[in-house]
Design a protein around this ligand. Structure first.
Ligand code: ADP
Ligand code: MG
Length: 147
């Protein structure tokens, strides 16, 4: 499984950008990592890779922020969501219908609602500036994003 160590927030954005530039409609990127690990930083890179020009760091009062790059991009942050049933009620799975790329922070909260096939990104804090980033295709064979 591809594993990377980044030494700054910009290296994490660069990695996200590389992966984002190879993504296509219908792909879901599920990102796990503690608060401050760099999930939003990585997603900012994905947005850049998809040609999004107006990315804002975090959905504040909404769960999903929608952008138009070369294809639609949805940034989902489940930090405030406690349990899967409420996610079901909110209809988050409707974003997995293939109409764009979806990147999810706190993706583990989706549990069984995650699609069968997705790109898993796990970010671990090594120290103040270094992060270990593990990228793995789940439920399918081809690893997208040019890595
Ligand atoms: P999260 O969304 O996981 O809570 P953020 O991306 O919002 O995390 O914040 C990550 C913080 O860690 C930022 O302040 C960023 O500058 C800092 N940071 C330091 N080193 C790195 C790194 N290698 N990769 C990502 N972020 C880093
Ligand atoms: Mg965040």
């Amino acid at each position: 499984m591809p594993e990377f160590t980044t030494k700054s927030h910009s290296e994490t954005t660069d990695l996200g950008r590389k992966i984002g530039s190879g993504l296509s409609s219908g792909e879901v990127v599920a990102i796990e990592g503690e608060l401050g690990a760099g999930k939003t930083t990585f997603i900012k890179g994905i947005a850049q890779g998809l040609g999004v020009e107006d990315f804002v760091s975090s959905p504040t009062f909404v769960i999903v922020n929608e952008y138009s790059g070369r294809i639609p991009f949805y940034h989902m942050d489940l930090y405030r969501i406690e349990d899967a049933p409420s996610l079901n009620d909110l209809g988050v799975t409707e974003y997995f219908d293939g109409g764009g790329v979806v990147a999810i922070e706190w993706a583990e909260r989706l549990g069984g609602l995650l699609p069968e096939k997705y790109l898993s990104v796990m970010i671990e804090t090594i120290d103040e500036d270094r992060r270990r980033i593990i990228v793995e295709e789940r439920g399918g064979k081809s690893l997208k994003g040019g890595i």
